[in-house]
Write a protein that binds this ligand. Structure first.
Ligand code: GDP
Length: 481
C-alpha cells in the first residue's frame, strides 16, 4: 500500500522526536516541518496542512504553559505525539456517522461515480463483504450505457457466488433498477446493491439518470465511488456529485496504487461525508473498512486491533467451534506456536486468490495478494520492515515464516517458544538453543529468520494475552457470536 510510505515518513518524524534530549520549540518546529512535508507529498491540501500545524502548536503550547517548566521531557514528548495523532485523526474524520445496514431489512445501496473509478468492482466487493457477515447480498446492474457492463457484473458476481440481476434487452436503466430491487426484496435479500452508469453523452444526463434511479429504488444509502489517483481533486468531484445525487458515504478505490491517497481521503473528509471503505486492489477481498482512528493508528505503525478482530470475526463465522477454543486459549494466555501459526494461516487464507485453503495448495502456488501488509499492519508490534517492498516480497517473507514452523517438531509447535531459549537464573533469556539451528537448516532459512519469527510470536502471544483480558478480544468475540 502506497500509504505505507506516508506512514514511514510520519513514523520517522515521530522517532526523531523520541531521540531529542530536550524538547523545546525548535524541536517541535522541526518535527512539524517533517510531518507537514510528508502530508504535502501525499497531496493533502496546503490549507489543511497549515491548519494542522497551527492547531498542534497551539495545543502543545497551551499544555506546556499550564504545566510550567516542571513537565518532564518524556511527558512533553507524549503531549506532542498525542496532539499530532489527534490532529491527524481529525484531518480524516468528517464527524458524520455513515448508515449501517440492518439485519432483517432490505438495505438498498446505490453506487454512483464516474466510469473507470472502480464502481462495478467495488459493488461486487461490497456484496462479498456483507455476505461474509451473514447478510444475503445481491447486485442489480442498472448500467445500460456501457456495452459489456452487465457481462462484467455477471462474471464478477458469479465468481463471488453472489446473486445478480440485469438485462441484455431492456435499455431503460430506471426500469431495470426498479425490477431488480423489487425482485430481490421479494426474495428477502438483506443487502441489494444497485450499480449505475458512470458515463453519458452529456454530464447532465448522467446526473438526471442517477436522480431517477434514486427515486425508483429509494436507496437507504447512496455511495460515491472515487478513484484515489485524483488526490485532493476528490473534493471538487464529490461536491459536483453531491449537488445532484445526495450521497451519504464514499468509497475511495485504488488506494494500493496511488501516493496521492492521503490527499483524496482528507479532501473527502472536508466535505463532511464519511468514507466507509478503501479499495486496496483488484481482488474481491481488497476492501478495507475505513474509520478515522484505526486508520491513523495503522498509518503510524501502532497496529489496528479493531481490524484484526474483524478478521477474526470473519473466521468465527466459518469455524465457530475452533474459534471458541482459540478464544479460551487466548484468555488463559496459552497460545502455542501451533495456534499462532494457525491464526496467521487462517487470516492469510482469507486473501488467497484461489478458493482453496492454503494447506490444500502445493506450496509454489500459494499466491497471496496484498494480505501481508494488511495483516502485518493490524498487528501491534510487528516490525515495519514486514510491510516494506512489494506484496510479493511480503508474501514470500510470510511464507518463509510458515516454512520455518513446518520444520518444528510437535513438541516445539505446542510450546510457548521457551524451548528455543536458554535462560539465566533471573528468568532472562541468554542464548538460543541448538533447536534454532536445526529448524533454520531444516527449513532452508537462517538462524536470524528463526529468531525473528520467535520474537514475533512472543509479541503476538503478549498482545493476545492482553486482548483476552476484561473487555478484550475474547469478550468481543463472544458478543459477536
Ligand atoms: P467502473 O467503470 O467504475 O465500473 O470501474 P471498474 O469496476 O470496471 O474498474 C476499473 C478498473 O479499476 C478495473 O481494471 C478494476 O480492476 C480496477 N480497480 C477497481 N478497484 C480497484 C482498486 O481498489 N485497486 C486497483 N488497483 N484497481 C482497482
Amino acid at each position: 500500500m502506497v500509504l505505507a510510505d506516508l506512514g514511514r515518513k510520519l513514523n520517522a518524524a515521530l522517532s526523531s522526536l523520541n531521540r531529542a534530549p530536550v524538547v523545546d520549540e525548535k524541536v517541535l518546529d522541526a518535527l512539524l516541518k517533517e510531518v507537514c512535508a510528508a502530508l504535502l507529498e501525499s497531496d493533502v491540501n496546503v490549507k489543511l496542512v497549515a491548519q494542522l500545524r497551527q492547531k498542534v502548536k497551539t495545543k502543545v503550547k497551551a499544555i506546556f504553559e499550564s504545566s510550567g517548566d516542571k513537565t518532564k521531557e518524556a511527558n512533553r514528548k507524549n503531549v506532542i505525539q498525542k496532539a499530532i495523532y489527534d490532529e491527524l485523526v481529525s484531518l480524516v474524520d468528517p464527524g458524520v456517522e455513515p448508515y449501517k445496514p440492518k439485519k432483517g431489512h432490505p438495505n438498498v445501496i446505490m453506487a454512483v461515480g464516474l466510469q473507470g473509478n472502480g464502481k462495478t468492482t467495488t459493488c461486487t466487493k461490497l456484496a462479498v463483504h456483507y455476505q461474509k457477515r451473514g447478510f444475503k447480498s445481491c447486485i442489480v446492474c442498472a448500467d445500460t450505457f456501457r456495452a459489456g457492463a452487465f457481462d462484467q457484473t455477471r462474471q464478477s458476481a458469479t465468481k463471488a457466488k453472489v446473486a445478480y440481476f440485469g438485462s441484455y434487452t431492456e435499455t431503460d436503466p430506471v426500469a431495470i433498477a426498479a425490477q431488480g430491487v423489487s425482485k430481490f426484496k421479494k426474495e428477502k435479500f438483506d443487502v441489494i446493491i444497485v450499480d449505475t452508469s458512470g458515463r453519458h453523452k452529456q454530464e447532465s444526463e448522467l446526473f438526471q439518470e442517477m436522480v431517477q434511479i434514486g427515486e425508483a429504488v429509494q436507496p437507504d444509502m447512496t455511495v460515491l465511488i472515487l478513484d484515489a489517483s485524483i488526490g485532493q481533486a476528490a473534493e471538487a468531484q464529490s461536491r459536483a456529485f453531491k449537488e445532484s445525487a445526495n450521497f451519504g458515504a464514499i468509497i475511495v478505490t485504488k488506494m494500493d496504487g496511488h501516493a496521492r491517497g492521503g490527499g483524496a481521503i482528507s479532501a473527502v473528509a472536508a466535505t463532511q461525508t464519511p468514507i466507509i471503505f478503501l479499495g486496496t486492489g483488484e481482488h474481491l477481498t481488497d476492501l478495507d473498512r475505513f474509520s478515522p482512528q484505526p486508520f491513523i493508528s495503522k498509518l503510524l505503525g501502532l497496529g489496528d486491533v479493531q481490524g484484526l478482530m474483524e478478521h477474526m470475526q470473519d473466521l468465527a463465522t466459518q469455524n465457530p467451534d475452533r474459534q471458541k477454543e482459540m478464544a479460551k486459549k487466548l484468555e488463559e494466555g496459552k497460545l502455542s506456536i501451533r495456534d499462532w501459526r494457525e491464526q496467521i494461516q487462517n487470516v492469510m487464507n482469507l486473501y488467497v486468490t484461489s478458493p482453496k485453503p492454503l494447506d490444500a495448495l502445493p506450496k509454489p502456488n500459494c499466491i497471496l495478494s496484498g494480505p501481508i501488509s494488511k495483516i502485518a499492519s493490524m498487528i501491534p508490534g510487528l516490525p515495519q520492515d514486514l510491510l516494506q517492498g512489494s506484496d510479493e516480497e511480503g508474501a514470500s517473507r510470510m511464507k518463509r515464516m510458515i516454512y520455518i514452523t513446518d520444520s518444528m517438531t510437535s513438541t516445539e509447535l505446542d510450546s510457548d517458544g521457551s524451548l528455543f531459549m536458554e535462560f539465566a537464573k533471573d528468568g532472562k533469556p541468554t542464548a538460543l538453543t541448538w533447536r534454532v539451528t536445526r529448524v533454520a537448516r531444516g527449513s532452508g532459512t537462517s538462524v536470524r529468520e528463526v529468531e525473528e519469527l520467535l520474537c514475533q510470536y512472543r509479541m503476538m502471544a503478549n498482545m493476545a494475552k492482553q486482548a483476552g483480558g476484561k473487555n478484550g478480544w475474547l469478550q468481543t468475540m463472544q458478543k459477536m457470536q
